[in-house]
Design a protein around this ligand. Structure first.
Ligand SMILES: [Zn+2]
Length: 135
């Protein structure tokens, strides 16, 4: 964990709670208290109604694989050692689509619509990132 040398997220006031959540192994998603929409990624304003009256809910961390690509090349140099890896679009049960990596599976076993669940990996003492794996 201490030898992590890849780019780190830039914390914003409106994303700080999200990163606190991943640290505690919780996938938090924003919820608009005015129109009821769930929102990902964290933002200052609801993209549906522009309200700033936003709260947080904890995702169950389960969903289905909407689509994916196996990345073979053409990535930033610090990610080269991870190749090949899978970039996934996951539809969470809370009705939002999120992008992350799909891990802990053989690439040839991946199919759209398979059930997936969130997993967490500590990058640094401050940042924990979320991935998905087959459920
Ligand atoms: Zn809204």
């Amino acid at each position: 964990m201490n030898d992590y040398n890849k780019p780190l997220p830039v914390k914003q006031p409106w994303s700080e709670e999200f990163w606190k959540g991943t640290k505690r192994r919780k996938l938090l998603i924003q919820h608009c208290n005015d129109c009821g929409k769930n929102i990902f990624y964290p933002r200052k304003y609801c993209p549906e109604c522009w309200s700033s009256n936003l709260g947080w809910i904890e995702s169950k961390g389960t969903g289905t694989l909407f689509s994916y690509t196996v990345t073979m090349y053409g990535v930033e140099e610090k990610f080269m050692a991870d190749l090949p890896y899978v970039i996934a679009l996951v539809d969470l049960g809370e009705g939002i689509r999120v992008m992350s990596r799909l891990v802990n599976c053989r690439h040839e076993d991946i199919k759209c619509d398979i059930p997936v669940k969130v997993v967490f990996e500590d990058m640094t003492d401050e940042f924990t990132i979320f991935y998905f794996e087959p459920a």
